[in-house]
Design a protein around this ligand. Structure first.
Ligand SMILES: N[C@@H](CCC(=O)N[C@@H](CS)C(=O)NCC(=O)O)C(=O)O
Length: 208
């Protein structure tokens, strides 16, 4: 398989981390959604990353869909979303909040970087969405005493939150103080210290 996209994208990073943990061999093509758009377009008409090219040439897009496919390649007990309820839907919701947070971080970044006239309305909406999601995630994680979000092993939800927190600091330094979200801050530090997080990592490069 070929994973297209740079690891400064939290969406690409969560897929690269999962593939590495699953022991799925892949070639990484660290193409930029902007600088390498002409190379990405033949694989993905949206010219977005992550884009995953399967060995038979078929292409998957959207990190959640990609992870759903990859989860089907590994034994049930190795999958990074819980198999049974109610933890399954709870983990899906935490991951969805994290992915939505990432979407808002991207949107706020593009607003400031790509628009001649920045919309104050949109900026304040994105900021409020980011801060509210962080508060909800903080409360959820703080209410749990387990080593990881849903037990003794970490999963896609833990990974999604951690990669988004790193991305938030990279794309918007100073926008949010993680001291206000101490449980999330500790969670991110715990995850970023793992070898797989250090391996699947890249310094942030702003789109030109
Ligand atoms: N919902 C998507 C988000 C992917 C995304 O926003 N990727 C960004 C890079 S961080 C991108 O490709 N941006 C280019 C664009 O949207 O045109 C996912 O989960 O894969």
């Amino acid at each position: 398989m070929i994973l297209i996209g740079q690891y400064d994208s939290p969406f690409v990073r969560r897929v690269g981390i999962a593939m590495t943990l699953y022991g799925i061999a892949f070639e990484h093509r660290p193409w930029s959604a902007f600088g390498d758009a002409d190379k990405i377009r033949p694989y993905n008409p949206l010219t977005r990353v992550p884009t995953l090219v399967l060995d038979n040439g078929e292409v998957l897009i959207e990190s959640h869909m990609i992870l759903d496919y990859l989860d089907g390649l590994v034994p049930t007990d190795k999958r990074l979303f819980p198999a049974s309820e109610p933890t399954r839907h709870q983990a899906l919701k935490v991951a969805a909040l994290a992915i939505g947070l990432g979407d808002k971080i991207v949107s706020l970044f593009y607003e400031g970087r790509l628009h001649d006239k920045v919309s104050d309305l949109w900026v304040s909406r994105c900021r409020q969405q980011i801060e509210t999601v962080l508060a909800v995630l903080e409360a959820d994680r703080a209410a749990r005493s387990s080593a990881w979000w849903f037990g003794d092993e970490f999963g896609h939800a833990d990974i999604a939150v951690a990669v988004m927190l790193r991305f938030l600091g990279d794309a918007h330094p100073g926008l949010v103080s993680l001291a206000d979200f101490p449980t999330l801050d500790a969670h991110a530090a715990h995850m970023e210290a793992l070898p797989v997080f250090q391996e699947i990592s890249q310094a942030f490069i702003a789109p030109a």
